[in-house]
Design a protein around this ligand. Structure first.
Ligand code: NCD
Ligand code: ZN
Ligand code: ZN
Length: 347
């Protein structure tokens, strides 16, 4: 049985680091594993332009552990008011690598998001022109649409249109959760890719709801039935270059999660690559992990692959029950449970 895997250091193409005191924790967790990460801009207020991205980037860099070369890849948050000029300035900065579409009301801190896709057509045109990828939280927000069907509706009503209308625009369908999304991306042209989280590979809605409601498994888009989980495992382990690692690690305090109205988001940054290794091993596909975690993302974004290597060792270890999070606590996904792979500390 294989007991070590060496891979080129991976990157995380979708992470929430939050801001302020918690950056010390979130940045350290990400930097231990990943060389670079695409930093989600859904702060309050959101990261709307080059200057806000520059300031947030400085706060992240200042929170890096000593000696870390972790590189935050910044993202603009699209609002109805984002202009083509904002896009050009952001691209020219060199440190903004994408812009994110949050349909207004779809998820955490999305209230300043885009209310009608048509409002940002000129902005999307500019993004296609300068080569700034569009990242999408792909769910419709209409209250009459069942929450388990919102991703599928988004594909049919919105994403397919954007793909058709802007053939020159790179699009990442973020944190896909359904067979429909995996199929859509597979059949789409090469400018369309997708991130897949570790939790959507490891879990389905039974884990969230059967035998008791488990708030630490609640995220958006919500976990779907096991047939969708299987389709995501197929996609992630297929070797298809359109699919790559994006944890969507999205910490909320323990109190905000364990509540009558709990927040959406799973904290996976603490052990992300180990969780992915476990998912790939379930499929006997460990040899496909490196391409998914370390090659497909930079290739899609047009960035160089990392050169440094990391090693995962087969070793049982137990995740902490909770982690410090500013002056509060965050519960990592799989808290108190045993993982079977462990990332070796860097010399
Ligand atoms: N994924 C989540 O459940 N939550 C994210 C937002 C998001 O990525 O949709 C968050 O910022 O908390
Ligand atoms: Zn999202
Ligand atoms: Zn996210």
């Amino acid at each position: 049985m294989q007991d070590r895997i060496t891979l080129v250091r991976p990157d995380d193409w979708h992470i929430h680091l939050r801001d302020g005191a918690v950056l010390a924790h979130t940045v350290a967790d990400a930097a231990r594993q990943f060389a670079r990460a695409i930093i989600m801009p859904n702060l309050l207020p959101p990261v709307r332009n080059r200057d806000e991205a520059a300031a947030y980037r400085e706060r992240i860099l200042a929170a890096r552990p000593q000696g870390s070369r972790f590189e935050p890849l910044m993202v603009l948050y699209l609002t109805d008011a984002t202009s083509p000029e904002d896009v050009r300035q952001a691209k020219a900065s060199g440190f903004v690598h994408a812009a994110k579409l949050y349909p207004a009301g779809a998820t955490t801190n999305s209230s300043s998001g885009v209310t009608r896709l048509e409002n940002i057509f000129p902005t999307l045109e500019a993004m296609a022109e300068v080569g700034l990828p569009l990242l999408v939280h792909g769910e419709v927000t209409r209250s009459e649409i069942d929450i388990f069907d919102r991703e599928k509706h988004f594909i049919d009503e919105q994403l397919s249109q954007v793909v058709q209308r802007f053939p020159g625009l790179k699009i990442v369908f973020e944190h896909i959760t359904t067979r429909d999304a995996a199929q859509f991306v597979t059949e789409a042209p090469a400018n369309v890719g997708a991130t897949i989280t570790a939790h959507h590979l490891l879990y389905n809605r039974n884990h969230l709801l059967a035998g008791g409601i488990r708030p630490h498994f609640y995220c958006l888009p919500v976990l779907k039935r096991n047939t969708h989980q299987e389709a995501l495992l197929d996609a992630a382990t297929s070797g298809n270059r359109k699919f790559f690692l994006g944890t969507d690690s999205a910490p909320h305090t323990r109190h905000a999660k364990e509540s009558a109205c709990g927040c959406a988001g799973c904290y996976t940054a603490y052990s992300a690559i180990e969780l992915y290794a476990q998912a790939f091993e379930q499929r006997n596909a460990l040899e496909r992990l490196e391409a998914f975690a370390s090659f497909h993302g930079p290739d899609f974004y047009g960035l160089p692959r990392n050169t440094e290597r990391v090693t995962l060792r087969r070793e049982d270890w137990t995740l902490p029950e909770s982690l410090p999070f500013g002056d509060q606590q965050v519960i990592p996904l799989r808290a108190g449970e045993t993982l079977h792979w462990r990332l070796e500390a860097q010399a």
